[in-house]
Design a protein around this ligand. Structure first.
Ligand code: NAD
Length: 341
């Protein structure tokens, strides 16, 4: 799809065309759960746009897809304004970019620090709000500021606790307080294959990949349809860490387990960038043998107080990075679209 670049000499025209194509692809991906581009093609358009905007800062626009969390708020769900924004993640496309990020981060902090490595689950972001320990709301990420109320649907996902366990409630700063946790809803590979086989047998279109299947199954009007889909969660974050006594990502993961959430067991607390790198290499090797899709490793600064010091950009935390594996494109059915210029 990047071929139009060769015929366009005017950067502003190319920037506009890229923004338009990215917005269209994002709409199909997030709103319709039916991508029209492969992720690799989408990522390369984004990269080109980011590079052009960097070279021509006069064309930077706050509404450019490079400046926002990608997502969509559909009309079939009530909108939920997130008390704390839901962010995306910045990417490192290879281990050298990951090393450079760790080096920059250590320089900014000014001393050694621990990192937590987690699998990057290829699903759909979810936020779960508990009031006095009881699940009251579930919302999608949407555009990061506003999400969609999918409470009825998430109640059907069997590994989501409807009530927090006592051991978790004991870790709240205030037992009556709200706690909003965040994680990923995903569909196991086997269930995705079965769902698509059933769709095919009925002459219907399937989903492009497990991530779209999870997002599409979650965003159903009828919760009974969601209930019939095999969805599961991995929870790894809290919206506002002041709600709990934990002081770090590592302690947070233990608190989430105490609450009864499904927490991915493949996590490591690393003292050095070398350990982080080794974790990424190990995970890349066993990626194919996991029963669910992952698209990388998320590396997070462990300490909450250092996280607070580093803060956020408009799109992502400065204290975390997604090391992305090279794409594993299995889907050849996607229609590649080109920019009309
Ligand atoms: P992303 O999915 O690459 O990364 C951010 C997300 O990772 C977070 O929001 C969170 O939900 C998730 N995540 C998984 N495990 C996590 C963990 N352990 N800790 C923290 N977060 C974790 O970013 P994005 O902005 O959601 O989407 C961009 C991706 O979507 C790109 O890969 C892009 O290719 C794809 N996309 C594709 C198309 C297309 O047309 N094919 C269109 C739009 C977006």
């Amino acid at each position: 799809a990047a071929t139009a670049a060769s015929v366009v000499s005017d950067p502003k025209t190319r920037i506009d065309a890229l923004r338009k194509e990215i917005e269209h692809a994002s709409y199909c991906y997030y709103a319709l759960d039916a991508p029209v581009l492969s992720d690799a093609a989408f990522d390369s358009l984004m990269r080109e746009l980011r590079e052009l905007e960097a070279a021509h800062p006069e064309f930077i626009d706050p509404s450019s897809p490079t400046q926002r969390v990608g997502g969509y708020v559909g009309e079939q769900f009530a909108p939920v304004r997130h008390a704390q924004r839901m962010y995306s993640l910045d990417n490192a496309m290879d281990l050298d970019e990951l090393d450079a990020w760790m080096e920059r981060t250590l320089d900014a902090i000014g001393h050694d620090t621990q990192f937590v490595c987690e699998l990057k689950i290829d699903g759909s972001s979810i936020s779960l709000t508990y009031e006095s320990g009881v699940l009251v709301r579930a919302a999608t990420r949407g555009d990061g500021v506003t999400g969609e109320d999918v409470t009825a649907n998430m109640r059907t996902v069997r590994d989501v606790p409807l009530r927090l366990r006592d051991a978790g409630i004991a870790g709240l700063a205030n037992a009556d307080a709200m706690a909003e946790v965040r994680g990923e809803v995903y569909m196991p590979k086997k269930s995705f294959d079965a769902l698509n086989a059933a769709a095919e047998a009925n002459g219907k279109a399937g989903f492009a990949n497990p991530r779209n299947a999870a997002a599409g199954s979650l965003r159903q009007k009828d919760p009974k349809i969601t209930q019939g889909r095999d969805l599961a969660t991995f929870i790894y974050a809290i919206a506002d860490e002041r709600a709990i006594t934990a002081q770090s990502q590592w302690e947070l993961l233990q608190w989430l387990r105490d609450c009864g959430f499904h927490v991915n067991p493949d996590v490591e607390l690393c003292d050095t960038p070398q350990q982080v790198r080794a974790f990424c290499e190990r995970v890349a090797e066993k990626r194919g043998s996991l029963p669910y899709d992952i698209d990388g490793v998320v590396v997070k600064v462990n300490s909450f107080s250092i996280q607070r010091e580093l803060g956020f950009t408009a799109k992502a935390p400065r204290w975390a990075i997604a090391y992305k594996f090279p794409p594993e494109e299995k889907t050849t059915l996607l229609r590649d679209i080109t920019v009309q210029v």
